[in-house]
Write a protein that binds this ligand. Structure first.
Ligand code: COA
Length: 422
């Protein structure tokens, strides 16, 4: 398939919104999707008539396991009054949302649709952490990897160990990624962990004092992050703050044919590049410190868009674990292999750095309701490119941005490039 030719018809985002991410005992994925849909509808500059929507693609990893409800796309379509349009659930593990976005792009580019709703939703917190871990593990190679004792924190711990061995990275370098992403999430009202690690630590000390327990003696966030009581080991070298959380949430974007975008939006955001690739399961790979699917998906997306990695102003990348952000920043061509962790240490990927990454807080701190994450990345890009990201807005214009969404340990990767043309 010629993956890199320009789209046969241009596609633009004219609306984007999300629910709050977190743990919501009283809400199921349907409720969360309704929240996201309302937020998306409110974001259109000129409004729209929902009867114009031709098709709906939903990213959802496993409502079957998490909510004991399969066949979710028509139910969610009905919840926002969209039946009888075609409603299709897309599953590619944690890349489900990004792949749903790509399906929406293809539906419009092919001419089969003029307006497409793309959603992502996942309700994970009804299960215990152990049950969630088991459910997520079905995205790995169940025949070979799970009997060997692997879980997702275990996979990424193996990847982190290999990276440390090859490039001399230390666990503290990964903590830089967590600190940055929590700093960004503290400015994102929809984030699950809308708190800096400093605030988190102070809260833990205050709670201990309130309960009459001995106050922890952490003097700064590094004491906290190195202390088993503050930041327990999950799978060496990954600690709690290296992991994305278990989350509930939903996101939605509205796509239209680019030549109609100004009917709905004063400042549409065009999708000019899309790449998707797959790879063997992790146990069958010879390389652990790079994801070949991310390299292929991004090089295809760049070629389709006619741009280079250096042209990208901001990126939302799939930081399901801190090491995943470091490797993504290299696979996407922003930094050379072995340099990504140094870029995080030097502040290059901070909000005011040369290449801001995960201004939303990322999966780490905004939250990771798996099927929603790829769509929520597009929501952040929409806000930043339109100058609507509030306190976390990056300085200057954002003419080009990128999203990078990974399924499992990189068996799927999907990358999109966005452009603001006006
Ligand atoms: N980062 C920081 N703090 C976290 C956290 C995270 N990822 N996950 C939970 N916490 C906090 C909770 O807020 C809670 O804080 P409190 O005691 O101050 O209220 C505390 O840690 C305990 O929460 P709990 O939910 O009981 O944690 P847990 O030990 O059951 O789960 C993980 C922690 C890391 C094991 C779990 O979040 C996890 O499995 N994450 C990875 C999910 C994943 O694999 N996703 C797919 C990626 S491919």
């Amino acid at each position: 398939m010629p993956a890199t030719r320009p789209l046969a018809r241009g596609v633009a985002m004219v609306g984007a919104g999300m629910s709050k991410f977190g743990a919501f005992p009283a809400k199921n994925s349907r409720d969360l999707f309704v929240d996201a849909y309302k937020s998306m509808s409110a974001s259109l500059d000129k409004g729209f008539d929902p009867r114009q929507i031709d098709a709906f693609y939903l990213g959802n990893f496993s409502s079957d396991q998490f909510e004991h409800q399969a066949h979710t796309a028509p139910l969610l379509a009905d919840a926002v009054g969209l039946t009888p349009i075609p409603a299709t659930r897309v599953e590619d593990a944690c890349a489900s949302g990004g792949v749903a976005l790509r399906q929406g792009v293809m539906a419009i580019a092919s001419g089969m649709a003029d307006m497409v709703l793309v959603g992502g939703a996942e309700k994970m917190t009804a299960l215990s952490t152990a049950a969630v871990t088991e459910a997520l593990a079905t995205a790995a190679d169940v025949a070979f990897e799970i009997p060997a004792g692997f879980t997702f924190p275990g996979f990424y711990a193996a990847i982190a160990s290999a990276y440390m061995h090859r490039y001399g990275m230390q666990p503290a370098h990964l903590m830089n990624v967590a600190i940055k992403n929590h700093d960004n999430a503290a400015l994102n009202p929809n984030a699950q962990f809308g708190m800096t690690i400093q605030t988190w630590m102070e809260g833990r000390i205050a709670a201990a004092v309130k309960k009459g327990k001995p106050a922890p003696t952490w003097q700064n966030i590094w004491d906290f992050l190195y202390d088993e009581a503050g930041n327990p080991m999950i799978a060496w070298p990954l600690r709690l703050f290296d992991c994305s959380p278990v989350s509930d949430g939903a996101a939605a974007v509205l796509l239209v044919a680019a030549d109609r975008a100004h009917e709905f939006s004063d400042h549409p955001i065009h999708i000019i590049g899309s790449g998707q690739a797959s790879d063997r399961a992790l146990h069958d790979r010879t390389e652990l410190t790079t994801l070949s699917a991310a390299r292929k998906a991004s090089s295809d997306a760049y070629a389709m868009a006619g741009i280079r990695p250096r042209d990208i102003r901001i990126a939302e990348v799939h930081d399901c674990f801190t090491i995943a952000e470091v490797i993504a920043s290299e696979d996407l061509g922003f930094f050379a292999p072995g340099e990504g962790f140094k870029a995080a240490e030097d502040g290059v990927t901070a909000r005011n750095g040369a290449k801001p990454i995960n201004t939303s807080g990322g999966l780490k701190a905004k939250g990771h309701p798996v099927g929603a994450s790829g769509v929520a990345q597009a929501v952040e890009v929409w806000k930043q490119m339109r100058g609507e990201a509030g306190q976390r807005q990056v300085p200057g214009d954002v003419p080009l941005a990128l999203t990078h969404n990974v399924g499992a340990t990189g068996s799927t990767c999907v990358v999109h490039v966005f452009e603001r043309k006006d």
